[in-house]
Ligand binder design. Structure first.
Ligand SMILES: [Zn+2]
Length: 166
């Protein structure tokens, strides 16, 4: 869609990549959702990802993902995740946004998710609880109102209820 894009980049379908990531088949990759406001001007990030409502979801190797996230948001993804992990919210199963936990208390604010960062963690019976059930998705979202929140679920068993760790 952009004039100066590398013809090789973005060619082919990324559908399979996101589906595989959501199914826990790409545990070395990370997924990033960015609304159009946070995409780089040259359209490089947009070309790497899959278009969804109001933005793009990228599934890329961890290091590339960190760079793309930092380029789009100006934040380090792990720093962001750390700040978001204390608050439970709902991130959509395809990672294309979420539901802010402050939406009910602050109905006057705009509660669109601006970006999401997600990664999978391999099943780990030693840790127990959720982690013994299967690969776990960790998803972190930033709301336009300023609230950061997180959501995790066992891949393939998406639930809007916050996971209870046992
Ligand atoms: Zn909000």
């Amino acid at each position: 869609m952009t004039d100066d894009a590398d013809p090789g980049a973005g060619a082919g379908s990324d559908d399979g990549k996101l589906a595989a990531f959501l199914a826990g088949e790409r545990l070395d990759d990370v997924a990033i959702y960015l609304t159009h406001d946070h995409l780089d001007e040259r359209g490089k990030i947009a070309n790497m990802g899959e278009a969804v409502d109001e933005g793009v979801v990228l599934v890329v190797p961890g290091d590339d993902g960190r760079r793309a996230f930092a380029a789009g948001t100006g934040m380090d993804p792990m720093q962001f995740a750390k700040g978001a992990m204390d608050r439970d919210g709902v991130v959509y199963p395809d990672l294309s946004g979420g539901e802010c936990p402050d939406a009910v208390a602050k109905p006057e604010a705009d509660h669109r998710a601006e970006f999401v960062f997600a990664f999978g963690e391999e099943r780990n019976e030693g840790v127990g609880g959720l982690y013994a059930e299967g690969d776990v998705m960790h998803a972190y979202a930033h709301c336009r109102c300023g609230t950061d929140y997180s959501h995790k679920w066992v891949m393939g068993e998406y639930s809007e209820e916050p996971a209870v760790e046992g």
